[in-house]
Design a protein around this ligand. Structure first.
Ligand SMILES: *Cc1c(COP(=O)(O)O)cnc(C)c1O
Length: 809
C-alpha cells in the first residue's frame, strides 16, 4: 500500500476532484505559473504566500469559467424556471492567508445562505444568489484586556480573485426622493455544484455614483465638492450591519434593503424579457410566476413585494389585481426568528420621505387585506389591529413580516418546532386565515464544506466503509450503523478525532501561545454571543466545576477544555459583558495552581467560518443550550453532529429533530421544554427562588457579585447579575440544576472512550437529514415548483451543436 495521504493532500485532492473536475495536473501547474507571472507579476523569489494563494485561486477560477459560461448558455437556451435567493447577508469572507491548504473556494461568513447556494448548484437548479457587495464585511473581533474590540474588515484590500465586475450591466440602484440616482454595479462570483458541471452565479451589487452626480444641481458651482459628494451615494454598500437578531431601524440600512431589491428586480425582469423569444412587442407577464421564483431570506428584502407591484402597475401597466396575483405567486418568505426585537418594523415617516410610492402601494395592499378580514370577521377591531400591515400604537410602523406573509404564496420556518411556534403563536391569525400557506423547511448544511473540506480525515474514513456516494446523498450515512460495534472502526473514528484535536491544539499554541491539554474533553460553545443562546449558563457551569475542584482537589475529575467563541453586536452591552465575564473567569481558573491541567477556559477570538472549520472537527462536546422556543433552528448544532461531536442541548430548534433522528438517548438533552417555559411564564419566573434553593448556584452568583473574578473592580458585573436576578427573559437559573446534572452524565460517559465513540458513530449515522441538499430539494418541490436535476449540464470540453448565438443573461 502507498503511504497514506496527509490531510493537506486529501483536502487538495478532494477539492480538485470536486470543484475543478479531474484535470491534467501538468496543465494546472502551467496555469499556476502563468498566473504568478502575468497576473501577479511575481517570480518565485519574491512571491508571498498570498501571491501563491491568488495564483492558485485564479487557476481554479480558470477551470470554472468554461463550465460557468456553458451553464448560463444552457439556462438561456432551455429557459427553465429561475430561482432567485435574495439575502442581505451574503458575504464573501476575507481571502485566505494560508496558501495551498485552503485550495479554494468561497469562504462565506453567514452560514445559512452559502450552504443553500452550494446545494442549489449541486442539485442543478437554475438559481441565483442576489445581495450586496459590502466593502466592509462583519467586523474582526479582537480581545483586549478581556473586552471585545471591533476592527474594520477591509477584505477587498488585496482584491478578490473570485469576483468578476460587470460594469456593462450597471443598473439604477434607486432613485431616492431626497437625493440623486445611485447606480448598482454587479459583481459575479461562480458557484460550482459538486461534480456536475453546473456553475451558478452569485451577483452582488456595489453602489456607484453616476458621473454627473450632483453636477447638474451645482452646475455653476463646486465641481470638487460634487466629486467628493459621490461618497454619499456610494456609502450604501459600504458596510454590513453587524446586528444579530436585532432590528435597529437606521435610514442607511433601509437604503441598503431597497438598493438590493431595486437592482435585483430590474435584473430579473430583464432576464425574463430576454429569454422570452418570439414574443415581440409588449411582454406578457402571464407566465411570470411559472418562470420566476423569488425567495425572501428573512424580511430584509421585503421591499421587493411593493417594488414588483410598482413595476407591474406603474411601468408595465398591468391592472392591480393581475399584478397582485402574479406577485403573490412569485414570492415566498422564510422567517428566521421569533424574538420580537428582531422583527423589522419600519417607521411610516421614514418610508414617506424615502420611498413614498412604495408606501402608497403598501397602504393599498393593506386596504384589500383588511377588507378581506373585515368581511370574514365582521366587527372584530382587535383582529384588524393584530393583522394590519401598519401598526398604529406609538409611532406608525410597517410590520415587514406581515407584508411578506400577505405578499407570498408560501411562508416557512426553519425547523419543525419553530414552524409550529410561527403557526400557533407569532403569526397565528395569518395561519388560521391561510393554513395551506404555512410550511416547514428544516435547515441544513452542505456536507462539502462541513465534512469534506473541513474534516478530510473523517470524510475519507467514512468513504472507506460505505463508499463515496454519501457526499451527494447524505442519508447513506445510516449505513454506518452497521459499524457501531466494529472495533476497528471505533478505533479509527476516535483516532481521527484525536488527530483533529492535536492539530487544533497546535494551532492555538502557534497563533495565541496558549497550551491546552489535548487529552481533555474539548467542550465547545461557538456562535454569536446573545442572551438567548445562554453562554451565561455555560459560564455558571465552568465556575461550578472550578468550585468543586477547589473544594476537593484530589477527587477524580474528568479534565475539560471549555472553548467559547463568538462576536457580540457592537451596540449590545450585555453581550459584551458576557464576553468580559468569560475572559475574567478564564483568567482566574487558568492561573489557579490547584486546578492544574483539569480545567481550562479559552475564549476563541474572532469566531468566523474559517475558524469554525478548524474547531468543529476537533470538538468532543457541542453546546446547544438556548432557552427552549428561542433558537429557530441553528446550523452549528448540525455541523458538530456531522463532525463527530456529541450534543448537550435543550429541546430547541433543530436539536429536537437531531434527537428524533439519533434517538434522544444519544444526545444529552436537559432542561425546560417549550411547554415548561410557557408554564413558568404564566406563574412568573422568579430567579431569586432558584438562587435561594440551589447552594452551588448561590455560591457562583455570590462570587460574581462580590468581585471574585474582577478584584480590581468588584462592581464590574453588576448589570449582568442584576439582569440575571431581576429581568432575565431567558431564564438561565431555571435550567441551572438540570444542566449541571446533565454535564455530570457527559463527564461520566467520557471516561469510557469506547462507549463515547459508539455514541458518536450513532450520531454521525443519523445526520443525513441535515444536508442542505435535502432542505433545497424540499424548497424546490414544495415552494418553487422546480425539480432538482431537471437540467444536466454537459462537460465543457464536449461540443454541443445547440449552444450558439449565445446572448448573455
Ligand atoms: C454555522 C455558523 C454559525 C451559526 O451557528 P449557530 O450555532 O447555529 O448559531 C455562526 N457563525 C459561524 C462562523 C458559523 O460557521
Amino acid at each position: 500500500m502507498a503511504t497514506p495521504l496527509t490531510d493537506q493532500e486529501k483536502r487538495k485532492q478532494i477539492s480538485i476532484r470536486g470543484i475543478v473536475g479531474v484535470e491534467n495536473v501538468a496543465e494546472l501547474k502551467k496555469s499556476f505559473n502563468r498566473h504568478l507571472h502575468f497576473t501577479l507579476v511575481k517570480d518565485r523569489n519574491i512571491a508571498t504566500p498570498r501571491d501563491y494563494y491568488f495564483a492558485l485561486a485564479h487557476t481554479v477560477r480558470d477551470h470554472l469559467v468554461g463550465r460557468w459560461i456553458r451553464t448560463q448558455q444552457f439556462y438561456y437556451e432551455a429557459d427553465p424556471k429561475r430561482v432567485y435567493y435574495l439575502s442581505l447577508e451574503f458575504y464573501m469572507g476575507r481571502t485566505l492567508q494560508n496558501t495551498m491548504i485552503n485550495l479554494g473556494l468561497q469562504n462565506f461568513i453567514e452560514n445559512r445562505s452559502s450552504c443553500f447556494l452550494d446545494s442549489m448548484a449541486t442539485l442543478g437548479l437554475a438559481a441565483y444568489g442576489y445581495g450586496i457587495r459590502y466593502e466592509y464585511g462583519i467586523f474582526n473581533q479582537k480581545i483586549r484586556d478581556g473586552w471585545q474590540v471591533e476592527e474594520a474588515d477591509d477584505w477587498l484590500r488585496h482584491g478578490n480573485p473570485w469576483e468578476k465586475a460587470r460594469p456593462e450591466y450597471m443598473l439604477d440602484g434607486s432613485k431616492w426622493v431626497d437625493t440623486q440616482v445611485v447606480l448598482a454595479m454587479p459583481y459575479d462570483t461562480p458557484i460550482p455544484g459538486y461534480m456536475n458541471n453546473t456553475v451558478n452565479t452569485m451577483r452582488l451589487w456595489s453602489a456607484r455614483a453616476p458621473n454627473d452626480f450632483n453636477l447638474r444641481d451645482f452646475n455653476v458651482g463646486d465641481y470638487i465638492q460634487a466629486v467628493l459628494d459621490r461618497n454619499l451615494a456610494e456609502n450604501i454598500s459600504r458596510v454590513l450591519y453587524p446586528n444579530d437578531n436585532f432590528f435597529e431601524g437606521k435610514e442607511l440600512r433601509l437604503k441598503q434593503e431597497y438598493f438590493v431589491v431595486a437592482a435585483t428586480l430590474q435584473d430579473i425582469i430583464r432576464r425574463f424579457k430576454t429569454t422570452k423569444k418570439g414574443t415581440p412587442g409588449r411582454t406578457s407577464f402571464e407566465s411570470f410566476p411559472d418562470k420566476v421564483a423569488i425567495q425572501l431570506n428573512d424580511t430584509h428584502p421585503a421591499m421587493a413585494i411593493p417594488e414588483l407591484m410598482r413595476i407591474f402597475v406603474d411601468i408595465e401597466k398591468l391592472d392591480w389585481d393581475t399584478a397582485w396575483d402574479l406577485t403573490r405567486r412569485t414570492f415566498a418568505y422564510t422567517n428566521h426568528t421569533v424574538l420580537p426585537e428582531a422583527l423589522e418594523r419600519w417607521p411610516v415617516e421614514l418610508l414617506e420621505t424615502l420611498l413614498p410610492r412604495h408606501l402608497q402601494i403598501i397602504y393599498q395592499i393593506n386596504q384589500s387585506h383588511l377588507d378581506r378580514i373585515s368581511a370574514l370577521f365582521p366587527n372584530n377591531i382587535d383582529k384588524l389591529r393584530k393583522m394590519s400591515l401598519i401598526e398604529e400604537d406609538g409611532c406608525k410602523r410597517v410590520n415587514m413580516a406581515h407584508l411578506c406573509i400577505v405578499g407570498s404564496h408560501a411562508v416557512n420556518g426553519v425547523a419543525e418546532i419553530h414552524s409550529n411556534i410561527i403557526k400557533t403563536e407569532v403569526f397565528r391569525d395569518f395561519s388560521e386565515l391561510e393554513p395551506e400557506k404555512f410550511q416547514n423547511k428544516t435547515n441544513g448544511i452542505t456536507p462539502r464544506r462541513w465534512l469534506l473540506l473541513c474534516n478530510p480525515g473523517l470524510a475519507e474514513l467514512i468513504a472507506e466503509v460505505i463508499g463515496e456516494d454519501y457526499v451527494k446523498d447524505l442519508g447513506q450515512l445510516e449505513k454506518l450503523n452497521d459499524f457501531v460495534d466494529d472495533a476497528a472502526f471505533i478505533r479509527d473514528v476516535s483516532k481521527v478525532k484525536q488527530d483533529n484535536k492535536l492539530k487544533f491544539a497546535q494551532y492555538l499554541e502557534n497563533e495565541y501561545r496558549v497550551k491546552i491539554n489535548p487529552s481533555s474533553m474539548f467542550d465547545v460553545h461557538v456562535k454569536r454571543i446573545h442572551e438567548y443562546k445562554r453562554q451565561l449558563l455555560n459560564c455558571l457551569h465552568i465556575i461550578t466545576m472550578y468550585n468543586r475542584i477547589r473544594k476537593n482537589p484530589t477527587a477524580p475529575f474528568v479534565p475539560r477544555t471549555v472553548i467559547i467563541g463568538g462576536k457580540a453586536a457592537p451596540g449590545y452591552h450585555m453581550a459584551k459583558m458576557i464576553i468580559k465575564l468569560i475572559t475574567s473567569v478564564g483568567e482566574v481558573v487558568n492561573n489557579d495552581p490547584v486546578v492544574g491541567n483539569k480545567l481550562k477556559v479559552i475564549f476563541l477570538e474572532n469566531y468566523r467560518v474559517s475558524l469554525a472549520e478548524k474547531v468543529i472537527p476537533a470538538t468532543d462536546l457541542s453546546e446547544q443550550i438556548s432557552t427552549a422556543g428561542t433558537e429557530a433552528s441553528g446550523t452549528g448544532n448540525m455541523k458538530f453532529m456531522l463532525n463527530g461531536a456529541l450534543t448537550i442541548g435543550t429541546m430547541d430548534g433543530a436539536n429536537v429533530e437531531m434527537a428524533e433522528e439519533a434517538g434522544e438517548e444519544n444526545l444529552f438533552i436537559f432542561g425546560m421544554r417549550v411547554e415548561d417555559v410557557a408554564e413558568l411564564d404564566k406563574k412568573g419566573y422568579d430567579a431569586m427562588s432558584y438562587y435561594k434553593k440551589i447552594p452551588e448556584l448561590k455560591e457562583v452568583m455570590d462570587q460574581i457579585t462580590s468581585g471574585f473574578f474582577s478584584p480590581k473592580n468588584p462592581e464590574l458585573f453588576k448589570d449582568l447579575t442584576n439582569m440575571l436576578f431581576k429581568y432575565d427573559r431567558f431564564k438561565v437559573f431555571a435550567d441551572f440544576e438540570a444542566y449541571m446534572k446533565c454535564q455530570e452524565k457527559v463527564s461520566k460517559l467520557y471516561q469510557n472512550p469506547t462507549e463515547w465513540t459508539k455514541m458518536v458513530i450513532k450520531n454521525i449515522a443519523a445526520t443525513g437529514k441535515f444536508s442542505s441538499d435535502r432542505t433545497i430539494t424540499e424548497y424546490a418541490t414544495e415552494v418553487w415548483g422546480v425539480k432538482p436535476t431537471d437540467l444536466k449540464i454537459p462537460p465543457p470540453n464536449e461540443p454541443r451543436e445547440s449552444i450558439k448565438n449565445h446572448k448573455p443573461t
